[in-house]
Design a protein around this ligand. Structure first.
Ligand SMILES: Nc1ncnc2c1ncn2[C@@H]1O[C@H](COP(=O)(O)OP(=O)(O)OP(=O)(O)O)[C@@H](O)[C@H]1O
Ligand SMILES: [Mg+2]
Length: 253
């Protein structure tokens, strides 16, 4: 059975009635590792310019979904469209060229490369657009003071800022942010939150996975909650806020 045969599931890229076509659309997505399934028939839409918070307890498959959208994990079934183009199973570099940028969980900064080298690589390999090195360093001035430092000489907060800068330099239309505040000291979380706000306010379409509920809800206009590899709740942020009991049940908060 394909996802499109299920009642209520739209065709890929169809979106919700009355809404513009989503910039990112996932339908009937099945994905996982070495033949074992983590995602079961996931549907979600990210409207252009929207901010979608993807929530769920540890291990429910949030990063697997993000990695599958980016092409780092190969889907077993289903559709992923970016600006109407099918990308399920495509290589990450093609997906990046179509405008998807990733700030991965755990930051994935390269220890031996300097901060400046990280930025150079992203700048040379990425799409050209409004996010230039100057603009990124204006948004993240701390990085400008650490250009000669190697990845492993940066603090967790600096690494996170670098991971965001690196993604912005590829001028994405869809930014995937996987737990940007993970493992950071509270004072640094504020700084990352400010940057996330700025990026979201700049009109980019953002899918953010975030355990810090306050941060997630302060930027999101829609919330998707996953449980055991499936979407259990997909609602506007106001509806999420109103049903505290359901949020507690699904998230264990
Ligand atoms: N590279 C991998 N190889 C095999 N299994 C994996 C791999 N990455 C994740 N998994 C498994 O897939 C399931 C979902 O993991 P995933 O990292 O997607 O969850 P998550 O919701 O992002 O969790 P967290 O909140 O801890 O980041 C888990 O059971 C995990 O052990
Ligand atoms: Mg994760």
């Amino acid at each position: 059975m394909t996802s499109t045969s299920r009642p209520g599931a739209g065709r890929p890229g169809e979106g919700r009635p009355g809404e513009a076509d989503p910039i990112l659309s996932v339908r009937g997505l099945v994905s996982g590792y070495d033949g074992s399934r983590v995602l079961h028939d996931v549907d979600l839409d990210l409207p252009e310019g929207g901010v979608l918070a993807l929530l769920g307890r540890n291990g429910v498959g949030k990063s697997t979904l993000v990695s599958t959208v980016m092409g780092l994990v190969r889907p077993m079934k289903g559709s992923i469209t970016v600006a109407g183009q099918e990308v399920a199973g495509a290589r990450p570099d093609r997906i990046a060229r179509l405008g998807v940028g990733l700030v991965p969980q755990g930051r994935r900064v390269f220890a031996p490369l300097t901060l400046a080298e990280h930025l150079d690589i992203a700048d040379r390999a990425g799409r050209k657009g409004d996010w230039t090195k100057d603009r990124v360093l204006e948004l993240l001035p701390r990085l400008g003071e650490r250009l000669k430092n190697r990845g492993d000489q940066l603090s967790g907060g600096e690494q996170q800022m670098l991971a965001i800068a690196r993604a912005l330099l590829t001028n994405p239309t869809v930014l995937l942010l996987d737990e940007p505040s993970d493992g950071l000291a509270p004072s640094v979380v504020h700084q990352v939150a400010d940057v996330v706000h700025e990026v979201c306010n700049a009109g980019m379409s953002v899918l953010i996975v975030e355990q810090n509920l306050r941060l997630a809800l302060s930027v999101a206009d829609r919330v998707v909650v996953m449980q055991k590899g499936a979407v259990r709740w997909d609602v506007p942020v106001d509806e999420f806020r109103r049903d505290r009991a359901k949020a507690e049940e699904l998230l264990g908060i």
